[in-house]
Design a protein around this ligand. Structure first.
Ligand code: AQP
Length: 329
């Protein structure tokens, strides 16, 4: 039996190379060996305020970018979280077995609630909804970037707690991190994770940035006071540029060292910019083609939703039965 893979991205801003290298590139690689479900997690996005008309457009854009990045909708299922009602229903059922202290300890909650004037309850419940996204499909593997590792641990804790209270119900999901690119840092501040919601024009490279913008952002990236690459003494900014290059090129550590040792930062930046621009070019072309076909993305999403709804319904029914609730069937 093929393993089932589940992962998602929030339509909360412009998809960036951190999302691509941390998650999507791994999805594309895994999709032929596994039964894959890739989710646009719009219910997660609204845990911080989103302008409705922009959110709607971002959902379509994100689905098109999934396909453009190499997700084949004939092989994998692309689904919008809010179109499958079971995600929200299961999240409530899991909320009832999740101690609030577990949620208050989440670093993402602490960081995001600090940056909001008033944090909505959804921000606290975010990891429970994420657990529901994964557990509803009884996923075996969850390919994510490093920032989501803590949420995955929590998902396993919630599943274990449910299983011990109500009997074996959920598959225990494993985290899958990419060997290179699990945590891409901001170009303007290499101490901070590259993020969709971070302010600053030079922070992130969006998947749809034109080549000249990519070049400009990388040439202005923060490095350090050394003149050239020294693998014994890598500053965070230089390490980040090398990581970006290696994750796009799939070069080995040895080849990276031979090629870049002693190279001046200006040349490293030029080569990193060319690598990123040339890797994103085919993705951008496929994206434009898909977006010019009226209704193409909506058809992919409707089909995806239809394909997974029976799996989701079956899990929600099982969970409700286990808990002693009425079920629809
Ligand atoms: N900087 C990153 N490096 C590697 N992987 C990353 N991911 C996110 N940032 C990086 C991975 O991308 C997937 C989708 O992320 P998300 O949309 O669920 O939200 P996030 O992790 O909160 O990402 P952002 O870009 O920082 O969004 P905002 O600013 O909206 O919160 C996940 O697998 C994530 O690990």
């Amino acid at each position: 039996m093929k393993k089932r893979v589940l992962s998602g991205v929030q339509p909360s801003g412009d998809l960036h190379i951190g999302n691509y290298l941390g998650a999507l590139k791994n999805w594309v690689r895994m999709q032929h060996d596994c039964e894959s479900i890739f989710c646009i997690v719009d219910l997660h996005a609204i845990t911080v305020y989103q302008r409705p008309e922009e959110l709607r457009a971002k959902i379509t854009e994100l689905a098109a970018l999934f396909v453009a990045a190499g997700i084949d909708p004939k092989v994998s299922t692309i689904v919008v979280q809010s179109m499958v009602h079971g995600h929200a229903e299961l999240a409530w059922l899991l909320t009832c077995v999740t101690p609030v202290g577990w949620l208050q300890r989440m670093t993402q909650y602490k960081a995001k609630s600090d940056s909001q004037g008033t944090a909505g309850d959804g921000l606290l419940q975010y990891p429970v909804l994420m657990a529901a996204d994964i557990l509803i499909y009884q996923a075996h593997v969850v390919p994510v970037g490093e920032d989501q590792s803590q949420h995955l641990e929590l998902t396993r804790d919630i599943a274990q707690r449910f299983n011990s209270l109500y009997g074996e119900t959920f598959v225990m999901p494993e985290t899958s991190l990419p060997a290179v690119g699990a945590r891409v840092m901001g170009l303007d501040d290499p101490e901070k994770k590259m993020s969709k919601s971070a302010a600053g024009a030079g922070h992130a490279i969006a998947l749809l940035d034109p080549p000249e913008v990519i070049r400009r952002k990388i040439m202005r990236a923060t490095t350090d006071s050394l003149p050239a690459v020294d693998f014994e003494n890598l500053g965070a900014g230089v390490r980040n540029l090398l990581t970006i290059f290696q994750a796009f090129s799939d070069w080995s550590d040895d080849r990276m060292q031979r090629h870049f040792s002693g190279m001046r930062y200006g040349d490293l930046k030029k080569q990193a910019a060319e690598m990123v621009a040339s890797s994103l070019d085919p993705i951008q072309r496929r994206y434009r083609e898909l977006m010019s076909e009226p209704g193409a993305v909506d058809r992919i999403l409707a089909e995806g939703c239809q394909r997974v709804a029976p799996i989701a319904d079956a899990t929600v029914n099982l969970v409700k039965q286990r808990m002693g609730l009425y079920t629809r069937s």
